[in-house]
Design a protein around this ligand. Structure first.
Ligand code: NAD
Ligand code: ZN
Length: 252
């Protein structure tokens, strides 16, 4: 315990002298908000492999099934979710002038809800759907989900404005992320298993440009010990609170 406290103090010291920090977040940061990740342990999606359903091929082959099995659950979970202490901590770091940008793989919109103003959504956002035939855009909350798959007035099928496996990252998000990663002086990598590319490459870019890389995750990842300088092992919300406390004491 004493050890982890010493490490948090050390990380807080480095973080408080950063002026261009960037956070890279994955599904793990939203676990404490009630949204389980795809990989690893977690409730509702243990019965099947969401990775199989989250591919564009699966969606095109059987949109009703993907909506019914994956997207309906996700919609409900995201609809009920509120930012947790980890999201709020990143908003505090932005207000302190330390954190400039959040690059997220999540589609839940919780970083914006917490108050971060520069959020790059690598995999889009679940809050918007568009018709695959006419392109009409609709808020997910306004879509009639009583029929599967949900359909537009034109008869086309609605799909969320998210990046499915097998689809390209929007070029603009990719470019902006690469720029943010190569220019930052500190990168916090929170709740990502760092195996989905090209998101997992962002810490490598930051590392190669000389930034300090710190992971927050209950488990080590392929970055640990190679790309990241430190890992704080545990839940994002709890650790972020401890980190912010230390940063506050240093900045006071
Ligand atoms: P992932 O690759 O980011 O893996 C989740 C990581 O979170 C794991 O490394 C796990 O150890 C860690 N983790 C678990 N609980 C944690 C906690 N309390 N605090 C900190 N870390 C914790 O994500 P994935 O689940 O494999 O999903 C793949 C992709 O699917 C994501 O990149 C995302 O686009 C999408 N997805 C999004 C959401 C969301 O928007 N909330 C949820 C599930 C999946
Ligand atoms: Zn349409």
């Amino acid at each position: 315990m004493a050890d982890s406290h010493t490490l948090i103090k050390k990380v807080a010291q480095k973080l408080s002298s950063a002026r261009n920090a960037v956070a890279l977040t994955g599904a793990g940061i939203s676990v404490e908000s009630g949204i389980p990740p795809f990989r690893g342990k977690g409730g509702v999606w243990e019965r099947f492999d969401p990775m199989e359903y989250a591919s564009i091929d699966a969606f095109k082959k059987n949109p009703a099934k993907v909506w019914q099995v994956l997207l309906k659950d996700l919609n409900q979970l995201i609809g009920n979710a509120k930012p947790n202490d980890a999201h709020k901590g990143l908003a505090i770091l932005e207000k302190m002038g330390i954190l400039k940008t959040v690059i997220t793989q999540n589609v839940d919109g919780l970083h914006q809800k917490a108050g971060n103003t520069d959020v790059i959504e690598f995999h889009g956002n679940f809050a918007i759907n568009y018709c695959m035939d006419c392109g009409r855009r609709m808020d997910t909350v306004s879509i009639d989900l009583s029929q599967m798959p949900p359909r537009c007035d034109c008869g086309g099928i609605f799909r969320p404005d998210c990046v499915f496996f097998g689809e390209m990252i929007p070029p603009d998000s990719l470019l902006r992320s690469q720029q943010a990663a190569s220019q930052c002086d500190f990168m916090l990598v929170i709740g990502t298993s760092a195996v989905v590319q090209p998101a997992a490459h962002m810490p490598v870019l930051a590392h190669n440009s000389g930034a300090v890389i710190v992971e927050i995750n209950p488990e080590s990842t392929p970055l640990t010990g190679y790309i990241s300088h430190h890992i704080l092992l545990g839940q994002a919300g709890t650790l972020m609170n401890q980190l912010i406390d230390e940063v506050n004491q240093i900045m006071r």
